[in-house]
Design a protein around this ligand. Structure first.
Ligand code: ADE
Ligand code: ZN
Length: 342
């Protein structure tokens, strides 16, 4: 089912950027089965329908357990290419102009897949998307926070020969019990090597993890960050410094961070003056790509077209594009909006 079919043309056609998407989380069950057959891998599911039925999560960990199993079908460069290309084509049709994509090298290197295999396949798809679809992109390498700090340092070492293909490092996986402070050294080294930094914080974890991400990891953006509202001083700082939050509404509902889309705090965050953006996180697992996330927010929270424009403009400004590139996207947005009125 494609929720966004027949959706509000304004939402469908407005140019967008996506800043929080795990490429492994874009692996649709159909492609998972295709790759399993191609690579002679037996999946613990009998059919595509059975996979989809298994996507009932109670929290972040219950999702991650299935997500890491799904990634086991990825072995060869072409597999990483096919997964990335499928995502890019799909969001191209949703009018995404620019995307900043996470990848989790440790999910693959721990299974014996070479770092080079992973990044070469993903990168080749990104180049094709720019040439064939005119979509720009950046790649963000995440460290798995449930693994050790030493393992993250080793991953950074493996990434250095491909530094020119990676704009930033990030931090994902199980948040509880794995605070940002665990990764100070690797983030210090990453910044010294020229990478920007981001981190998942305040998705399930406490506001203190957001403070740590800002003060210890020196992040440019917070991924999720929805629990910031539990700390008034933190909200004031995020507003004052206009630190972007990459919010993922459908993900938060699927992982029971919020009970329903209607009770999501996205609109409250916007009203507080925070630099909020809308993203899909793991679209194959959470019931929608970026347009379905916008649609859910629009309908569930009664957002106005003005608020949608603010969210989109925030994502352009919060991206790792150059000032000129950002301005081009903002100009395109302004011209789209003025065409709606006249
Ligand atoms: N990896 C993929 N999706 C994630 C999420 N929502 N939170 C943390 N790690 C993730
Ligand atoms: Zn995420």
């Amino acid at each position: 089912m494609n929720l966004a079919e027949g959706m509000d043309p304004f939402l469908r056609n407005i140019p967008k950027a996506e800043l929080h998407i795990h490429i492994e989380g874009s692996l649709e069950p159909e492609l998972m089965f295709e790759l399993a057959a191609r690579n002679n891998i037996k999946l613990p599911f009998a059919s595509v329908d059975e996979v989809r039925r298994a996507y009932e999560f109670t929290d972040l960990q219950s999702f991650l357990d299935i997500y890491y199993k799904g990634a086991c079908v990825l072995l060869h460069e072409q597999d990483f290419y096919d997964m990335t290309w499928a995502y890019l084509r799909r969001v191209y049709l949703q009018n995404v102009r620019h995307t900043e994509i996470f990848f989790d090298p440790q999910t693959h290197t721990d299974r014996g897949v070479a770092f080079e295999t992973v990044i070469t396949g993903i990168h080749r798809a990104l180049v094709d998307a720019e040439q064939q679809l005119g979509m720009t992109s950046k790649l963000i390498m995440c460290f798995l926070r449930h693994l050790s700090a030493a393992a993250a340092l080793e991953t950074l070492r493996q990434a250095l020969p491909f530094k020119h293909w990676i704009v930033a490092v990030g931090l994902d996986s199980s948040e509880h019990g794995h605070p940002p402070e665990k990764f100070v050294e690797v983030f210090d080294q990453a910044r010294a090597a020229g990478f920007m930094t981001v981190a998942h914080a305040g998705e399930e974890g406490p506001p203190g993890y957001i403070w740590q991400a800002l003060d210890l990891l020196k992040v440019s953006r917070i991924d999720h960050g929805v629990r910031c509202t539990e700390d008034q001083r933190l909200v004031e700082r995020l507003v004052e410094e206009q630190i972007p939050l990459t919010v993922c509404p459908l993900s938060n509902v699927k992982l029971c961070v919020f009970e329903s889309i209607e009770s999501h705090n996205l609109k409250r965050l916007l009203d507080l003056g925070l630099c909020v953006t809308v993203n899909s996180d793991d679209p194959a697992y959470f019931g929608g790509y970026i347009n379905e996330n916008f649609l859910a927010a629009l309908e569930g929270l009664n957002l106005s077209h003005d608020e949608i424009c603010r969210l989109v403009k925030n994502s352009f400004q919060a991206s790792f594009l150059s000032t000129n590139e950002k301005q081009k996207l903002v100009d395109e947005l302004d011209s789209f909006v003025s065409q709606q009125i006249h």
